[in-house]
Design a protein around this ligand. Structure first.
Ligand code: AMP
Length: 293
């Protein structure tokens, strides 16, 4: 395994793999502090592709000025040890200066679907995400890039961007990996005490209840939102930021529900930590839990 810090080196390594060796490349973009959620993506990349590249880069462009960029967990030594065990071929771990040289001035904005949900609460977040993913895709030129359903809106935005701008990469979206309690695994769970992590599992319980009443025939989005909200608010340590029932592809808010695929997206605070989670309706396979290794 090689750790690459330079864009140019990453490009030339990838070019060689594609041209001279005719092997397929899978890219797993991450911000490090690797956990089972990331590793499910790495496993699938390993299964599908000849060469696996994992990028580890805490992207300043996707953090707002009052967000946790400075405090975001970073441990490249530990991440490297984990990825060695997973038989990854390359870690791409550039510095901020390498990714954003001094006169950097080109940003990617995916219109419409970047506006609601997280986009509304985190202005500029998806511009940062779309920009860094564009740089990564252009640097690595992977055949496949792997993303988690955990960040549902991000996955929709990346798929749209790849289609609109004709990136030559297929986007693979994999199910959310959860703790036994149901809590979606996230690097930000590290900010929570054990008690807070327990409380935070109420988010998934809320989503599960909504799914159950939907299965029983409830078709009013408002009712689903209400049951998610009241379930979460039964736990005093957790505060709902938003619950929204939207079309899973267009992210348009829904009122009456039908056969199309539906996303219930939630953001909630546990203390100062903001967590997101979601579930899909009418698309059963995509939200299945993945067994831990
Ligand atoms: P991050 O390091 O948080 O930027 O996440 C890197 C990738 O891992 C993104 O595509 C996330 O959606 C994905 N990911 C994060 N947590 C999970 C999880 N619990 N299950 C599946 N994928 C995840």
């Amino acid at each position: 395994m090689e750790i690459i810090n330079r864009r140019q080196r990453m490009s030339s390594v990838s070019r060689k793999i594609r041209r001279e060796q005719d092997r397929t490349i899978g890219l797993v973009p991450t911000m490090g502090a690797l956990h089972e959620g990331h590793l499910s993506l790495v496993r699938e990349a390993r299964r599908m592709c000849d060469v696996v590249v994992v990028s580890v880069f805490v992207n300043p462009a996707q953090f707002g000025p009052t967000e946790d960029y400075e405090h975001y967990p970073r441990d490249l030594t530990k991440d490297t040890a984990i990825l060695t065990d997973y038989n990854v071929d390359y870690i791409f771990a550039p510095s901020s200066e390498e990714m954003y040289p001094k006169d950097f001035s080109t940003y990617v904005n995916v219109g419409g679907i970047s506006k609601p949900l997280e986009g509304e609460r985190r202005p500029g977040h998806f511009r940062g995400v779309a920009t860094v993913v564009s740089i990564l895709l252009n640097t690595v030129r992977p055949d496949f890039a792997f993303f988690g359903q955990k960040d549902a809106q991000q996955a929709v935005i990346i798929k749209r961007m790849v289609r609109d701008l004709a990136f030559d990469t297929e986007i693979v979206v994999l199910p959310t990996v959860r703790e036994d309690s149901g809590l979606a695994i996230s690097s930000r769970n590290l900010y929570l005490s054990a008690d807070e992590q327990d409380s935070a599992s109420v988010i998934h319980r809320g989503l599960t209840k909504a799914k159950e009443i939907f299965k029983k025939g409830e078709r009013h989005a408002g009712k689903l939102e209400e049951i998610v909200r009241t379930t979460i608010e039964s736990e005093p340590r957790v505060r709902v930021d938003y619950v929204s029932v939207v079309d899973a592809d267009t992210l348009e808010k829904l009122d009456k529900l039908d056969e199309r695929s539906i996303l219930i997206a939630v953001a909630a605070y546990v203390g100062k930590t903001r967590l997101i989670d979601n579930t899909l309706l009418n698309k059963a396979k995509k939200d299945a839990s993945v067994a831990k290794a």
